[in-house]
Design a protein around this ligand. Structure first.
Ligand code: PXG
Length: 426
């Protein structure tokens, strides 16, 4: 089972047998509020009929078409739709099947880009502490959550910037004040190994998996400026922040910083069909096209059997239609202040050492048991499940990411359960 304590699960299985809107139904017939939109991926609500119909129609008309050397119209329609939503000249889309593949594609794209630009030595990647970029070897290497790395021995040789979770920012509402200067570490790395050795920096605009770690005010702008100054590509992994979570379409919009490559997945299909996408600036695409040899040659020798799968494209087109017609970024932005008020009202309960929030996401940091990191949040999350709330734990934090279509009373319910459970901790 993925990232699951197999033994404890099998001792006491938590089976989900149905879903509707913002709720699950457990095998014992209980209605559970979905406090994390699945795994950050179903913000438009579960079981959307429009997506179900689009998927069924697609399987009945073109269930699969070969991804290599052939195309189908919905892949181009979807790419153009994404192009119309992304900021700047992030105009060229490469499809895959997950967030892990979207980031892996971005890393390979960055290296191949410099190769084509005649700078094969520009091959190093810079990640960030506590970053999460999926579970393939490249993503694991640039990732910075130690327990996800240590079992696998030698990974790629990556430099990691310091994470931005600073004690002086504890209990900040929204973006923290302190820590923009942490971006300057990149200047130090450039001095140490030379800009000619660094291909790209990859960060999540805000880290979800590690427990909603936010960029200090000005941090991303500084990172962008240093990358531009030294001709280093900036990759934003927006697998979580893409499509609405920050109250705009992308974190890039919210933070006003345009990367060179953008990684998407999750909400792209509202979680219904696996799909990832890597979006590159026009200049990157044009470099691949210009330096490709004869016209039958393959410009980017990369791709998956299921890249741009017709069923995934149909699901994504239907999902993005819902996303835009229901103006879900607005809805997420309108609900965010209520989430902020409700989570910060939990301050003062036992063991809470920090509360963070931004857009439609929040985290509650708990003091660990001595020598047993992560145990307390698991205990709290399991107790919440018994009381009708699904909440995720990440390290020492509990994470919330309600559906964009959630109502204020749903947020009240989630925070009341957290209040009861954390409030009675011994
Ligand atoms: N990048 C980011 C920023 C992610 O959050 C991935 C890549 C990988 O996506 P796939 O589709 O390969 O899983 C992710 C995934 C959690 C949680 O509890 C977060 C993710 C997945 C599962 C659980 O926070 N993020």
């Amino acid at each position: 089972m993925p990232f699951t304590g197999n033994r404890s699960f099998k001792d006491a299985p938590r089976m989900i047998v149905g879903a509707d809107g913002c709720h699950y139904t457990s095998a014992d017939g209980r209605r559970i509020f979905d406090g994390l939109s699945g795994l950050w991926c179903c913000g438009m609500g579960h079981n959307r009929r429009e997506i179900a119909i689009a998927v069924a129609d697609q399987i009945a008309s073109l269930d699969y078409s070969p991804a290599f050397q052939f195309g189908h119209p919905k892949a181009f329609e979807l790419a153009n739709r994404i192009k119309g939503m992304t900021p700047g000249d992030l105009d060229y889309v490469f499809f895959s099947n997950s967030g892990s593949e979207a980031t892996e594609t971005a890393l390979k794209m960055a290296r191949a880009y410099w190769f084509k630009r005649g700078k094969p030595g520009k091959s190093k990647f810079v990640g960030r502490g506590k970053g999460y970029h999926g579970v393939n070897f490249g993503g694991t290497s640039v990732g910075g959550i130690e327990p996800n790395r240590t079992p696998y021995g030698e990974l790629m040789d990556i430099a990691h910037l310091a994470h931005t979770l600073l004690p002086e920012n504890a209990f900040t509402r929204g973006l923290p004040e302190h820590g923009a200067e942490l971006a300057d570490e990149l200047e130090g790395l450039v001095e140490a190994c030379g800009a000619d050795a660094i291909a790209a920096v990859i960060v999540e605009p805000l880290s979800g998996s590690a427990g909603v770690i936010l960029p200090p005010k000005g941090y991303l702008e500084r990172l962008r400026a240093i990358c531009t100054k030294h001709d280093i590509l900036l990759i934003f992994d927006e697998v979580i922040t893409g499509f609405g979570r920050t109250g705009n379409c992308f974190g890039a919009d919210t933070f006003g910083v345009v990367p060179d490559i953008l990684c998407l997945a999750k909400t792209l299909t509202n979680g219904t069909v696996p799909m990832g996408a890597t979006v590159a600036r026009a200049e990157i695409y044009e470099t691949f096209m210009a330096e490709a040899g004869p016209d039958y040659a393959i410009e980017f020798p990369h791709g998956y059997t299921y890249s741009g799968h017709p069923v995934a494209c149909a699901a994504a087109l239907a999902a993005l239609e819902i996303f835009e017609t229901e103006q879900l970024t607005r809805r997420a932005a309108a609900l965010a202040p209520h989430l902020e008020d409700c989570v910060h009202a939990l301050k003062g309960l036992p063991y809470i050492t920090d509360i963070r929030n931004f857009g439609l996401t929040a985290a509650i940091q708990l003091e660990p048991y001595p020598g047993e990191p992560a145990r307390r949040p698991i205990e709290v999350a399991l107790e919440c499940w018994e009381k009708g709330l699904y909440v995720r734990y990440a390290g020492d934090a509990l994470a919330l990411a309600p559906h964009f279509i959630a109502e204020t009373h749903d947020i009240d319910f989630a925070c009341n359960v957290l209040n009861d459970v954390i409030g009675t901790l011994k």
